[in-house]
Write a protein that binds this ligand. Structure first.
Ligand SMILES: [Fe+2]
Length: 191
């Protein structure tokens, strides 16, 4: 039997073709998610050093690729019990799970978005995203989520975004008070 593998370099190449051809968001999700599924099904695709929490922390996020066309690829590692509350992304995104699984809770925003510091969210669904599965982040439509790893070993994901998250203003949402706070990713664990 021949083992067909799909490398990170091939994935970067194929995503660049899509983006440089000015594919619309629907096509990026359609074709790109299939390519991401191929990547995360290759256990050799991501070096071991990017599959563990960073240092003494229980979390890791590692830059794998960033290009002038905005394509950003990272791995994100959620240690046992790791959690992040509801937040948004402000760009299209695809998240593929490689190892273990993640509990992803999605929320819908119900207010008229007239206020910068307040939002009404309603829980939409909880999905247990398993190895080989890809979930999509659709800007303004379906992109607010909470992530939890209730397991006893790290969950490893590959994240793909349409722009650099470093310095991009995003929002965190407090479900109890409705308060919205703004934040930006400053750096990744490896740079
Ligand atoms: Fe997120």
């Amino acid at each position: 039997m021949t083992t067909v593998t799909y490398s990170l370099d091939e994935f970067v190449h194929d995503m660049n073709v899509l983006i440089d051809d000015k594919a619309d968001q629907e096509k990026i999700f359609d074709v790109g998610s299939t390519q991401l599924e191929r990547l995360i099904n290759n256990p050799e695709a991501i070096p071991d050093e990017f599959r563990f929490p960073a240092g003494s922390s229980n979390h890791g996020s590692y830059l794998l690729h960033y290009g002038d066309n905005g394509l950003l690829i990272t791995t994100v590692v959620w240690g046992p019990g790791d959690h992040i509350g509801p937040h948004d992304h402000r760009t299209w995104g695809m998240i593929g799970v490689m190892d273990n699984s993640i509990h992803e809770t999605r929320f819908r925003r119900h207010d008229d978005r007239s206020r910068d510091d307040y939002a009404e969210l309603e829980k939409d669904r909880l999905t247990v995203v398993k190895p080989g599965d890809v979930s999509l982040l659709i800007p303004d439509v379906d992109e607010i989520h909470q992530m939890d790893n209730p397991g006893d070993r790290p969950t490893v994901e590959v994240h793909v975004y349409g722009t650099d998250l470093r310095g991009l203003e995003r929002s965190r949402y407090d479900l109890e008070t409705g308060a919205v706070t703004h934040f930006a990713t400053k750096k990744f664990s490896n740079c």
